[in-house]
Design a binder for this molecule. Structure first.
Ligand code: GLN
Length: 478
């Protein structure tokens, strides 16, 4: 059994303070277990033994001296491989960066380690975070620990899988259009996309900069909230990080949702697998019984979200991926003789099909003559979607919805149909376009025993209400 089985951030802290185990022992056991179990899922791309043991020993030394060991003291955790770690290979699950060693740490990584968090390893994902199944990784797909013939979701599939597999207690993922919430729902854990700007993106490899977020995964709302607390807040290194004060998230976890108005958007219940819809509606009933007031609402521009998202994100991706050209970061084609050949051949050999598709789509929608017809129009639709939410939040404090129209699908099932794959993001993309906080909390299983997620969305910077609703539901349902 995993040495992490049943452990949370709080129970690790008390275990350390009561001297039941040391951070070093826990790190060693976790690394050994992760090494033995990883072949089943392929969730870790790199294990970072040396770094993990160094941090763990520092935590033990602080405890021995009677100092505060930090909010994440001794907690074994994992980081998605699109987030930079100094001196530790960061591949973005791309052949191009197979040997890339970053010269600096992402701000979120610095904050994790300052709080005593022990980085066990870097997790597999879709190449440059583009995908919904983790099948676009140059290092092979991740298998869902709940059902090994199924995908864990994507793009942060590895970060969700390690928590579900008990090879990490919590982890960091990134979300551009659903990449934290959807894998969390597929793997039966909790995943949080904070407000855009809540967490610094410094050191997060850019996919679509106006949509990219770093966020936490955990087994409980409390663990996810604690992790967010550590990484949130203004960072001088990211001009888009917000100066808004970060409230004490765990203080809101009191189980009280009496009188909280929760909106149920009718547009999110069309085309839903019946099992998934049943689970979500059962969760809504739990919230109603707890005293929440359920209100029917409308988000009328939902139908245009996928089209708008796949224009905005490809446009930004085509610009962001231009830097992988064989000059600075990447491997370089050995066959090229001229500069132009080097660019072309490096990119042709290095990028996987999905990245190439997005670069081409993005270059197309930004080109002269098409810019107004596609890119500008998509930006207008994005504003309308944001306005839908702003208007809904005049009526309600939170919105609940499904995360994905269906549970985890079989590996290979959608891989040759990009449009079907894109449609799996239909309920997550809207929150990303609006930049509001949204999360997935487990809400039971289908008849095939596959996890379903309940999505909770709130106003910009109101993560507190989102956590309050999630936690109250979690307490009542379990
Ligand atoms: N599945 C979506 C995409 O492929 C979202 C990815 C993400 O959030 N990084 O773009």
């Amino acid at each position: 059994m995993s040495p992490l089985h049943g452990l949370t951030i709080d129970s690790i802290r008390s275990g350390l303070l009561e001297k039941k185990f040391s951070a070093e022992e826990l790190a060693k056991q976790t690394l050994a277990y992760a090494e033995a179990e990883n072949p089943k899922t392929n969730a870790y791309l790199t294990l970072s033994s040396e770094r993990a043991l160094k941090t763990a020993r520092e935590v033990d030394a602080k405890i021995a001296k009677g100092e505060d060991p930090g909010a994440l003291a001794g907690v074994p955790l994992a980081v998605k491989d699109v987030i930079l770690t100094r001196g530790l290979r960061t591949t973005c699950a791309s052949k191009l960066l197979a040997n890339y060693i970053p010269p600096y740490d992402a701000t979120a990584v610095i904050r994790l380690e300052q709080a005593g968090g022990v980085i066990v390893g870097k997790t597999n994902c879709d190449e440059f975070a583009m995908g919904s199944s983790n099948e676009n990784s140059a290092f092979g797909p991740v298998r869902n620990p709940v059902a090994l013939d199924r995908v864990p979701g994507g793009s942060s599939g590895g970060s969700a899988a390690v928590v579900a597999q008990d090879t990490a207690v919590v982890s960091l993922g990134s979300d551009t259009g659903g990449s934290i919430r959807q894998p969390a729902s597929f793997c039966g854990i909790t995943g949080v996309t904070p407000t855009y700007g809540r967490v610094s993106r410094y050191g997060l490899t850019a996919f679509a900069s106006s949509l990219d977020h770093i966020g936490p995964f955990g087994k409980t709302t409390r663990d996810a909230a604690t992790l967010l607390q550590v990484i949130a807040g203004r960072d001088e290194m990211d001009a888009t990080s917000a100066a808004a004060p970060v409230p004490d998230y765990t203080a809101a976890l009191d189980g009280n949702v009496k009188g909280v108005k929760i909106g149920l958007p009718s547009e999110y219940f069309d085309g839903l697998a019946s099992d998934t819809g049943d689970r979500v509606m059962a969760a809504v009933e739990v919230l109603r019984k707890l005293g929440a007031e359920i209100v029917d609402i409308h988000l009328p521009h939902t139908a245009y979200a996928i089209a708008a998202y796949y224009i905005v994100c490809t446009a930004e991706a085509s610009a962001n991926l231009a830097r992988y050209d064989g000059v600075r970061y990447t491997t370089r084609s050995a066959e090229a003789h001229t500069l132009a050949e080097m660019y072309r051949m490096t990119r042709d050999e290095g990028f996987g099909d999905e990245c190439k598709r997005r670069i081409m789509l993005g270059a197309y929608v930004l080109s002269t003559g098409y810019y107004d017809a596609y890119y500008l129009k998509a930006q207008r639709v994005r504003n309308l979607i944001t306005r839908d939410f702003t208007q809904a939040f005049e009526q309600v404090n939170a919105i609940v919805a499904p995360v994905s129209p269906f549970p985890a699908f079989k590996i290979g099932e959608k891989v040759n149909d990009p449009v079907a794959m894109y449609l799996s993001d239909i309920y997550t993309i809207t929150g990303s376009l609006a930049g509001i906080p949204c999360m997935s909390v487990p809400c039971g299983r289908t008849r095939e025993n596959l996890p379903v997620g309940l999505q909770i969305l709130t106003r910009h910077f109101d993560e507190t209400t989102m956590f309050r609703v999630a936690h109250a539901y979690e307490m009542a349902a379990n």
